[in-house]
Each structure stands twice: as structure tokens, then as C-alpha cells.
Design a binder for this molecule. Sequence first.
Ligand code: ADP
Ligand code: F6P
Length: 470
Amino acid sequence: MRQSSLVVVANRLPLDDNAAPDGACEWRRSPGGLASALHSILRQAPATWVGWAGGMGPAPRLPDIGSLRLRPVPLTAEEQRGYYEGFANATLWPLYHDAVQQPVFQREWWDTYRAVNQRFAETAAEVADRHAAVWVQDYHLQLVPQMLREMRPDLLIGFFMHVPFPPPELFMQLPRRVELVHGMLGADLVGFQREQAAHNLAQLAKKLLGAETTAGAITVGGRTVRTGAFPVSIDVAEMRALATRPDVRSRARQLRRDLGESKRILLSVDRLDYTKGIEHRLTAYSELLRDGHLKVRDTVLVQVAVPSRERVESYRDLRDRIEGEVGRINGEFGRVGETAIHYLNQPFDRSQLAALYQTADVMVVTPLRDGMNLVAKEFVAAREDDSGTLVLSEFAGAAAELEQAFLVNPHDLDGLKQTLLRALSADPADKQARMRAMRRHLAEHDIMAWARAYLTALDHTGRLARRMLH
Ligand code: ADP
Ligand code: F6P
């Protein structure tokens, strides 16, 4: 068994198995923020990525990506239901996103969640070299840090939460709250997107485990765990390189011609998830058409909504509602040759996304709650000429950094409508100044800066960051 001095443990591997039109199996980069972020830094790293390859049954054999080894963890159909669809995505996901959808507490899911976390921890322990660093990711694997510490006390263990971590009032609803907090505190460093989340964990550790806390540190059972905020980002250089590629530019020009040269294009790109505020956005757009503030002859909305977690009931219901609403809006406001909404329920590769980002006049990113939202950052990075405007929800982690966006509360429909109109009619000089400031921020806060900040905090000597990031 080959071992690594850096092991990343995440629910998903960066590849999704996908049936090609001829029925053959193809591996494609998985959509979703975590895979996008980590894939960029790890594709050349001397590391092992432990994760699920999607699908059920025995783990497939996967090729290395450069010097990155992939170590798949198999899940049975029952484990996929109890651990992934159940506890992770029907209990924790809605609760961590302000309970915008009612969390489901089903007792039998817990045992599966714990058993699968144990399998991830055992696999990581197997592939980690002596004194290696193991970096555990996200809410699916909250028990792994403590499990790993018990098996391998020699390891340096990091944990990073990509999604929001809720205030105690919400977290306290969880029947297994003590075990979950205890599990995370097995790490040496627990990182979040926002400082408030670290504060929430400290309060919970105090309340549930009698921990002592100071700014950035939680002491419990004689061990001190450090905490902090490390806002995740994107591979700015990759997106800029894509955005300047001649074929991408020409694809963007073609898209604009197809959508209508003189039209103002609103664009949204989301996983089809109830946290993304797609329904609120459609309502706002439809009301603007009804009130006559927007006309299909000069404005069009492109909504990309990549299918996600389709075996979870609330996601299937959401898809039905959204598709019904898109149909209604197109039926009511569309004209022959003039569609109100282009709805694309498909995955795209990175160059297609880059072309789409370049086509938009206004990018509309309005989640009800989001840990970060990398789509907003990708859009900014793709606008080499400082054109285009970003409408961004105050409830996305990205709003704390992209302050020059047109910030909006997506629950406030009138506010959302007004903000869309403001963004559409903003003065070109104002738009350009905003975009330039956001691009400047991103240039300094890219995915490398995120990884460097986290890994240096995990290992103060700086050796880990140097080895990983060249
Ligand atoms: P989340 O992690 O909740 O999915 P993010 O906005 O942080 O949200 O990340 C979404 C990621 O998925 C981005 O990197 C984006 O480019 C990618 N993505 C979104 N839609 C698609 C799509 N239709 N095809 C491929 N990738 C997509
Ligand atoms: O952090 C958000 C997240 O759960 C990530 O783990 C992943 O990138 C994304 O959402 C996509 O979700 P899933 O892996 O369930 O398709």
C-alpha cells in the first residue's frame, strides 16, 4: 500500500462517473464547490484524495491525476440512502442552511452516518504516512477527525467546513449534537468560511462539552483545538486563461448572437438546490415582466440548473416546481422566437461555463444561504474587460468579499426586483469600477491563497504548505 504525507478526505472524489451517449462510462469533473476548489490545488499535488466516486457497490479503479492518487470509498445502496441522502443531505444540509427547508430527523440514518464516517476514517488511516497531515472536508464527515485521532494519534488533522455552520439555537435541534461537535473537535484546526461560524462552534463546545474557549481556541479534555475563518476561493488563473481563449471568446459571441445581439442577458448558474433561491428569482423576474418593467423583446434570463441529489425527495419536488414555473413564465410572457427564460438542466464543462459567464450582462446569484458561492467568483474572474454586473445575495459567504456587487436580500421580493433593475441600468463607469475592484480582490484571494492560509495555520512551520503548493 502506497502512503502519502498529505491525505484529503472528502465525501466526493473530483470525478463523476457518467454514461456517455454510446453507453460507455466516462469520468467527468463533478459539479459543486468543493470539487471545483480542491481539484485546482490538488491536481498536481503529491497527495491522496479519499472519497466516494458516486454510484453504488464496489469501488471502481481510478487512474491517478498527475501525482494525485484517488482512493475511492464504496457505498452500498443502503448507505447512500442513510448517510448521503439521509443524514448529510436531508438532516444536516437544510439545518445548516437556516432550515430554509424543514430538516428531517430519522433515527436509523445516524447509525449509517457513523458507520460510513468510520470507513472514511479507516481508509484515511490506511493511506496516511507516519506523521502525515490529513485534511477532512465538510459536513458529510464530521465524525472523521475524532475517529482518526483515536486510530492514529501521530497524524496532524485538519477539518474544513465548506457550508455554513449554524448558530446554537438551530444546531441544538440535532438529536446527535454532542457527538457531532465532539467529532469535529478531534481535529487540530477547524476552519470555516466565516468567523461567525467559528464563534458558533465555540459556544456549542462550551454548552455541550463544558469546553473553555478563547478567541480562536477551544480547550476540552486537555487538548486545544484551533479554529478560524478561511474563505474558500477559485482558481482565478484557470478561469482567466479560459476566458481569454479564442474558442471560448468565439463561443461567447455565438451565444450572444443566438440569444439576440440587442438583448440584455441575465444569467444564473446553480446546482438545482432549494438553498439557491431559484424560485424567489423566478418570481421576481416574472413580476418584472408582468409589471412591464422588463420586456421579452429586450431582456432574456438564462437559468442553468444542474441536476443535484435527485434521489432526495425535496430536490425532486423542487425540480418539479421550478420546471412548472419556468413553463408558466415562458407560456405567459414568451413570444414566437422570443423566450423569456432559457432553462438548461445540464452539466457544462469549464470552457462552456466560461463562455456563458462572458455572455451575461447581469449575473444573478441569489442564494437564501450559501457557505461561499464560487459561481459568483468565477463570473468575476471571467470578465477580463471589467464589464458585466453581479447581483449577489447578502446571505452568500462571497458577499463579505465581493462588497462592490449589487447586494440584495433575496427574501425581499421588491428589493430583489429593484436591484435587478438597478443592475440592468447601472452607469457604465460605475459598473466598471465595481468589477475592477472585485477582480483586484480575487487576484489576491484565489484558491492558492486559501490553501496556503489554511495549511500554514495547520502546520506553523510552513513545510506542509510549501510541499503542497510548490
Ligand atoms: P455548491 O458548492 O453549493 O454547488 P458553488 O457555487 O460554490 O455551489 O459551486 C458550484 C460549482 O459547480 C462551481 O464551480 C460551478 O462552476 C460548478 N457548476 C455549476 N453549475 C454547473 C454545471 N451546469 N455544469 C458544471 N459545473 C457546474
Ligand atoms: O459544500 C457543498 C457541497 O455539499 C459540496 O460538498 C459539494 O461540492 C456540493 O455541495 C455538491 O453536492 P453533492 O456532492 O451532494 O453533489
